[in-house]
Design a protein. Structure first.
Length: 201
């Protein structure tokens, strides 16, 4: 069941910015977010990371048009976090591909946990905003891009970003574009999230 809701409209994210979201407890959430990329910057960029893939780079790498998205199950100092994000790879002919990725490499301080970067391309149609929905439940993050065209399931094991220490941040690690984000976050109870996850199997 969705409980309390918090809404953020038109949050401006300049290149290299990280913005904390004051939503209280951040261990069980339903997040719906949209992102708009500066159109002039997108059109002016002639070539940006043609060879980009989620698995070889990750959220820390900075490109002209990404990454941008959300940091969930993060601690206050960002020593532990899971990044879910978009990355735009533009070719010299003006065409571009959009990647949707989940970077788990900083998701846990535990050394015995497998931490990888997952994801791939997602179609973004003409006139659409970049949209994602995240379901966060303590150690599980289900990520849906563009209404479910790409889905990523992550099981992570945070050691610091737990209970009251868990936070959510917006971020834009692009070097050449600003991004405007709007989102709603709902606090969730465990029973609803678990049933939703079972329904997806």
């Amino acid at each position: 069941m969705r409980l309390s809701v918090t809404e953020f409209l038109g949050v401006e994210l300049g290149p290299g910015s990280v913005v904390p979201l004051n939503i209280g407890s951040a261990t069980q959430l339903d997040i719906v977010a949209t992102f708009e990329v500066d159109k002039a910057a997108l059109e002016a960029t002639t070539e940006a990371d043609v060879g980009y893939t989620c698995s070889t780079t990750g959220a820390i790498s900075r490109g002209t048009l990404g990454p941008f998205g959300l940091l969930v199950l993060a601690d206050e100092s960002l020593s532990e976090l899971t990044a879910v994000y978009f990355y735009i790879s533009k070719d010299i002919d003006g065409s571009y591909k959009t990647f949707f990725c989940s970077d788990e490499r900083r998701s846990s301080k535990a050394s015995s946990v497998n931490k990888s970067v997952y994801g791939g391309t997602v179609p973004v149609l003409e006139g659409e905003k970049f949209s994602m929905r995240l379901l966060v439940d303590h150690w599980i993050v289900e990520s849906f891009a563009q209404g479910g065209r790409t889905v990523i399931s992550s099981q992570i094991y945070p050691t610091r970003a737990i209970d009251g220490a868990a936070r959510v941040f917006l971020f834009n690690n692009a070097t050449g574009t600003s991004v405007t984000a709007s989102l709603k976050t709902w606090q969730m109870d465990s029973e609803h999230i678990h049933q939703f996850l079972l329904d997806q199997m």
